[in-house]
Ligand binder design. Sequence first.
Ligand SMILES: Cc1cc2nc3c(=O)[nH]c(=O)nc-3n(C[C@H](O)[C@H](O)[C@H](O)COP(=O)(O)OP(=O)(O)OC[C@H]3O[C@@H](n4cnc5c(N)ncnc54)[C@H](O)[C@@H]3O)c2cc1C
Length: 387
Amino acid sequence: MKTIGSDQFQDIRDAVRALCADFPAEYHRAIDEARAYPEAFVDALTKAGWMAALIPEQYGGSGLGLTEASVIMEEINRAGGNSGACHGQMYNMNTLVRHGSEEQRRKYLPKIAAGELRLQSMGVTEPTTGTDTTRIKTTAVKTGDRYVINGQKVWISRVQHSDLMFLLARTTPLDQVKKKSEGLSIFIVDIRDAIKSGMSVRPILNMVNHETNELFFDNLEIPAENLIGEEGQGFKYILTGLNAERTLIAAECIGDGYWFIDKVTAYAGERVVFGRPIGQNQGVQFPIAEAFIEVEAANLMRFEACRLYDAHEACGTQANMAKYLAAKASWEAANACIQFHGGFGFACEYDVERKFRETRLYQVAPISTNLILSFVAEHVLGLPRSF
Ligand SMILES: Cc1cc2nc3c(=O)[nH]c(=O)nc-3n(C[C@H](O)[C@H](O)[C@H](O)COP(=O)(O)OP(=O)(O)OC[C@H]3O[C@@H](n4cnc5c(N)ncnc54)[C@H](O)[C@@H]3O)c2cc1C
């Protein structure tokens, strides 16, 4: 099926599709059922160099842009996989590339590119403050050549399958800063050291097979050299990761959307009830056509967000809007797909219920649809602030 962008980045699309073909639906289904991590799949992506797409060539990566990275993520989901197992490394990468020091880049990037280290986690969300990020309570206090971390995070993904994590913490108390977004800093945490010296990890069993955790910090000491950029400016830096995350997840939702549409179109063309294919009924055709139109429209906004991001231009609005449109469109497609599979939509062997659960997450994470609407209302349209 020809779709927006499907005739572009053909080399990447063909190569990722070929790799994904070695991990068919049975593989992802079995991983989901066992609530396991798709280690072999992520290893294959790493060995093929895809997980180093955003690492500049001088550090061993392929120096591609977010546009190409988004095509990789889209193809994984379009092939029936779930990029959620590995997208962290993609969305974290530019935080290190754009805001890390030359020393930090040299220390980590070649090892990440070689697959010796994984940078798959980003710790922002906290249980008592939720989306109100600037009120986070985790603190980092500088003591000599170290920062001492205390606090708690929730929903921090892939910690058990990552060596490194970005951590957002407050370095200046909220009542001592001019703007609430000031006084926050980001650190690169070596997870392997941290779990031996003050960070504990409590897994959260959840609806999707998605490895995510509560983290507790009790006087965790990290070297001061692990601070990214300037102390107190972390909120600005973390946006590089958050905008990449929203844009990449938009691409994943678009991949999901096409997967659902392909699946339901094939089924509706074959399933005969009342002596004719169910897809001959307009009551069946229209929700599928509507979802397809919405996925295509979301895809345009995804490419626009990627273009701005890669040009180092302001892209927060487009990243948010792309994620909003794509998450909504993939959910519409998921609903049509499960509905027109009838009872079979609920049978695990059809994979529809698995993908349905996976794509539902993106109405809530990494940012809820309400918060995107609020961002657009206040920051784009200039309506009065509600909080
Ligand atoms: C599987 C999973 C993986 C995740 N991985 C990570 C991760 O790796 N790192 C990380 O830092 N976080 C992660 N998160 C956290 C995720 O980003 C948050 O769950 C999300 O941002 C919503 O925050 P919250 O859960 O605290 O909801 P809350 O902020 O408590 O909001 C709850 C709901 O209330 C509504 N709401 C809140 N405030 C307003 C308002 N002012 N106006 C209108 N509606 C409002 C929204 O609809 C929202 O969905 C993950 C979450 C999940 C479920």
